[in-house]
Design a protein. Sequence first.
Length: 277
Amino acid sequence: MPTQLTRIIELFPLPFMQRALLGGILTGIMGGLLGSFTILRQLSFFSDALGHSALLGISIGFLLGLNPSSVLLPFAVVFALAVSYLLERTRLWTDALLNIIYSSSLAIAIITLSFVGQYKGGLNNLLFGDILAVREFDLILSGVLLVACLLFVGLTLRTQMLLTLHEPLAIARGVSISLHRTAFIVLLSLVVGISIKAIGVLLVSAFVVIPACAARLLSRTFTHYVVVSAGLGAMSAMVGMLISAGFNLPSGPSIVATQLAIFLSAMALPRFNALIQ
């Protein structure tokens, strides 16, 4: 353990490590914030489909000779809106359709990457993330997106609560369901897209789902639940990054493993309290 602690202390002053920690915290807050609404609206599988489809956007960027990062976010938004439109107008079950979408998009992406001559590998970084590669521009983009998420949730919190907990009542009160749903889907797709670099395609939905599920077990009011979810997202990202640095482990899986530990602790806490009372 002293060796790992020494390693963390040595790495912490380095710019790339500071960028990685800040990037992880920013994406963790956004993931937890939007995740609190995502799981209650039963959109967790939707975020998983977005994550898998992101690799298709990256592969298209490689194929066209473009910077994948510049293609990823626009592709994520367009793909999310297209899937949302399709879900509203199909007679198929939602989970079945999403399964078709994310598995087929992942398969097409892998096939596309095999045709890209200049692609030399690094597939593990795409699948599992490489938060140490976060640049200053990524931090600025994450900061702007976080402000947008905070403004959206802060200014429309009552409406979002109503849409999440009782949609028919929201409709009866004249709330524009389509407008709010589209705005939320766009923000969620941007958060998923920007989190790809940190957590990877295969694990990105965990950033959205696990902190929110843990917060749901620890909260009694909706506002408290949203705040706790964002806080757990940030904390898990920071702790996971420190574990990754100390033990020389992949950053994405380390963060998700930390989120899992927090979730299991949240599940065990009520039973522990019952035993000591």
